[in-house]
Design a protein around this ligand. Structure first.
Ligand code: GRG
Length: 302
């Protein structure tokens, strides 16, 4: 995979990930800051080797509309913090009861359930602290930043991720219709992926028309991501993914492969990825990373 300026997607992802990791390190309280255990727990999950897809999407969208992605790195980091909170809580005994995440023992296995709940709470709260911090905000950006905070809060809440997680819990042990399954995933996973794209674009000064198109791109890759995740849960290599596979079936969860079969799921995934890339037709070479990320979602193995 090679973009027009010769940068491979792999290099692009590695460079952006390094910038995001360095910024997270700067923004987070140190492990030795008191009370130490909560900061150790936050860092355990945040630095356990995630792909940083949401912050990279935020930076790539800012670049696609002509901005300097690095200028909005605090927003990108806040998105990763919210995502990591959701994974910690999703792994809890009261939810999916998972032992491994990102190749490491889950937070509650290392720190106990109480601290794991609080580590999730801390990440969610710190994310909004970071988003609203005046020292990380350019003065002329306050209005846009408020709009972005509003959209991120909505995507993380009951209209988005939390609502999707509730539908997921309620659907366990039942066969869910395709329409409901898509709605659940658009909320649970898609809303945060879409808002990652939209927030970077808005902060970098996208027009309303550009924001609308990028939002459609984000929604399509969001659903594509989930179909890919369901397929990986059936066919994936647990060593590469850093977590168990086959768990959807054992928990009685309805998945795309269970409803449509593997081949139809793969075709639907390919259609969504093509459509996502087609939304970007009006953008120039600066949107190349976004085009390639759509394809990466289909081809990823972890
Ligand atoms: C607990 C409120 C609450 C919500 C949880 C996102 C979520 C909602 C649960 C995650 C469960 C899950 C495994 C969903 C499948 C798709 C997904 C979000 C996978 C993990 O995201 P990646 O692959 O992970 O981007 P990394 O570790 O690379 O950041």
């Amino acid at each position: 995979m090679q973009s027009e300026n010769g940068t491979t997607l792999e290099t692009y992802l590695a460079e952006r990930k390094a910038l995001i990791d360095a910024a997270l390190e700067r923004f987070l309280p140190k492990a030795e800051d008191g009370p130490e255990i909560i900061h150790q727990a936050v860092r355990h999950s945040l630095f356990a080797g995630g792909k940083r897809l949401r912050p990279i999407l935020c930076v790539a969208a800012a670049e696609a509309v002509g901005g300097d992605g690095q200028e909005f790195i605090s927003c990108a980091c806040a998105l990763e913090m919210i995502h990591t909170y959701s994974l910690i809580h999703d792994d809890l005994p009261a939810m999916d009861n998972d032992d491994y995440r990102r190749g490491m023992p889950t937070s509650h296995r290392v720190f106990g359930e109480g601290i794991a709940i609080l580590a999730g709470d801390a990440l969610l709260t710190e994310a909004f602290h970071l988003l609203s911090c005046p020292e990380f905000t350019r003065d002329d950006n306050t209005e846009k930043r408020l709009q972005v905070i509003n959209l991120i809060a909505r995507a993380a809440g009951t209209a988005g991720m939390v609502g999707g997680q509730v539908m997921d819990l309620q659907g366990e042990g039942k066969t869910v219709a395709l329409e409901t399954l898509e709605d659940m995933h658009r909320r649970k996973t898609g809303a945060m992926l879409a808002v990652s794209v939209v927030s970077g674009a808005i902060l970098a000064g996208a027009t309303a028309a550009q924001t609308a198109v990028l939002s459609r791109y984000g929604q399509d890759i969001g659903l594509a991501f989930q179909i890919a995740d369901d397929i990986l849960n059936v066919t994936g290599d647990s060593a590469l993914m850093g977590k168990g596979t086959g768990s959807d079936l054992s928990r009685g969860k309805t998945t795309f492969p269970a409803l449509m079969g593997l081949e139809v799921s793969r075709n639907r995934l390919a259609e969504l990825v093509e459509r996502a890339a087609a939304h970007l037709a009006g953008f120039d070479h600066r949107a190349e990373p976004l085009r390639q990320i759509a394809r990466y979602i289909m081809e990823r193995n972890r």
